[in-house]
Design a protein around this ligand. Structure first.
Ligand code: UDX
Length: 435
């Protein structure tokens, strides 16, 4: 793609901001990226990519000539009309989204009739309307507003940008909405152009639905354990129904990440603030919390007390192909294991740096085989490809015990069993050691 297109500003250079910036540069736009973190901006200017996201470094490098990084929002305002807002909206203590970073962007923009804010950050439904109010109060009613939620998955964000299932654009039918439609046009994706409040809700409802699907299959898995069914077979049988589909039916030790836990809670709070009690989401959240802790029960079932036992966690990131530790199941697991007196050995191919400050007092191993050495039990926490290819005979030689808990139902149970180890997955019943 090399046709010159509308220049854009991107405020915030996290996952969403950087992928959006790289994607639109690829499609032909001059992109002006702004971040308040001067150190990060300096690294980006030097060609470094501060996060791990497959394909992102290549895409940024490919269009270095079109990508500009600065701490000064004036650089974006000068060159671009459309300002994509991709700043963080972390949960507050009340569970509502913290919109202070979004608010700071709104405050930093001078009155103008030629600029538009294009909201990429996940915000509660109603934020567009309240930002429009704030803009009007500040004499900035000329600034247009577009809601354009992102559906990028970490680990495949670049691919998701280039081949989205849909593009959702919520606007007031003005020039800004038209301009955003035009920007996405080369992707030839199904377009949902709607009002601002509906676009905001599409994002929250989509993530809440996917999280519900995961908690549902996790509960089915727990029932399978009681009834002797295998959740993998059950999910296969369910997924063949077109109305259900196979995706997001993988039982495991719970969902994490920067979006699902936050968005489910934000939607619950949003409903509560409007006087509606969203019962289903309470259950989705609770099931997820309990699911992370069920691993402890499984360990105790096999090992008895965990005091003085060595447990190895394979994988720490909330899912493979990312270094993101936000809401990762490993955080809850390691804290619980520590509280129960276990010694913990961990290994993650990419997330160690992120994890070191979050998971203190554990042994960070050099590699997977080093991590399993001396372990009474090994828990697969994140299904990185390299763990699926482990030589289980070698693992068995290194371990002190024999228990392998597959927290993602991703390992070859037969291969683990053939090495003389005891395999247990989630919702599958135990497959005893063949030795
Ligand atoms: C999610 C949404 O998919 C994306 O559209 C949104 O914009 C951002 O949030 P992401 O958080 O990157 O993306 O990860 P995703 O692949 O959706 O997985 C989220 C969590 O659910 C992970 O912890 C994953 O392990 C877990 N998961 C996913 C399951 O436990 N089972 C499944 O079947 C699928």
């Amino acid at each position: 793609m090399s046709e010159r297109r509308e220049p854009i500003g991107v405020i915030g250079t996290g996952y969403v901001g950087l992928v959006t910036a790289a994607g639109f540069a690829h499609l032909g736009s001059e992109v002006f990226c702004i971040d308040i973190d001067a150190d990060k901006v300096a690294r980006l200017q030097a060609g470094e990519v501060p996060i791990y996201e497959p394909g992102l470094a290549e895409m940024l490098a490919e269009r270095r000539d079109r990508l500009h990084f600065s701490t000064d929002i004036a650089d974006a305002l000068e060159h671009a009309k459309l300002l994509f807002v991709a700043v963080g909206t972390p949960p507050t203590y009340s569970g509502d989204a913290d919109l202070s970073a979004v608010r700071a962007v709104v405050d930093a923009i001078p009155a103008s009739t030629s600029h538009a804010l294009v909201m990429k950050s996940t915000v509660p439904a109603g934020t567009g309307a309240s930002i429009k109010r704030v803009l009007a109060e500040g004499g900035k009613q000329g600034i247009a507003y577009v809601s354009c939620p992102e559906f990028l998955k970490e680990g495949s964000a670049v691919k998701d940008f280039l081949k989205p299932d849909r593009v959702v654009i919520g606007d007031e039918g003005d020039w800004a909405g038209d301009a955003v439609v035009e920007l996405y046009e080369p992707l030839k994706a199904p377009l949902v152009r709607t009002d601002i409040a509906s676009a905001e809700m599409v994002k929250l409802a989509s993530n809440a639905f996917l999280a519900t699907k995961i908690s549902f299959i996790n509960e089915i898995a727990n029932v399978c354990e009681e009834t002797g069914a295998d959740v993998i077979e059950v999910a296969r049988g369910m997924g063949l129904d077109d109305r259900i589909g196979h995706k997001f039916l993988q039982a495991g030790i719970g969902f994490g990440g920067s979006c699902f836990p936050k968005d489910v809670n934000a939607l619950k709070q949003l409903a509560g603030n409007s006087g509606y009690h969203f019962q289903l989401l309470n259950a989705v959240i609770e099931v997820n919390e309990l699911q992370k802790r069920r691993v402890i029960g499984k360990l105790q079932k096999h090992l008895g007390s965990l005091v003085g036992r060595t447990v190895c966690l394979l994988g720490l990131a909330f899912k493979p192909n990312t270094d993101d530790m936000r809401e990762a199941s490993s955080l809850v697991l390691s804290a619980r294991l520590q509280a129960d007196g276990a010694t913990i050995r961990v290994y993650d191919p990419v997330a160690e740096h992120e994890a070191r400050t979050l998971i203190p007092a554990v042994h960070f191993a050099e590699d997977a085989l080093d991590a399993v050495t001396g372990a009474d039990a090994v828990v697969l926490v994140t299904e990185w490809a390299e763990f699926l290819e482990l030589d289980w005979a070698q693992v068995a030689e290194r371990m002190a015990g024999t228990l392998v808990l597959d927290g993602r139902n991703a390992l070859d149970a037969g291969a683990v069993g053939a090495a003389g180890l005891t395999y247990e997955g989630i919702g599958r019943g135990a497959i005893a050691s063949s030795a």
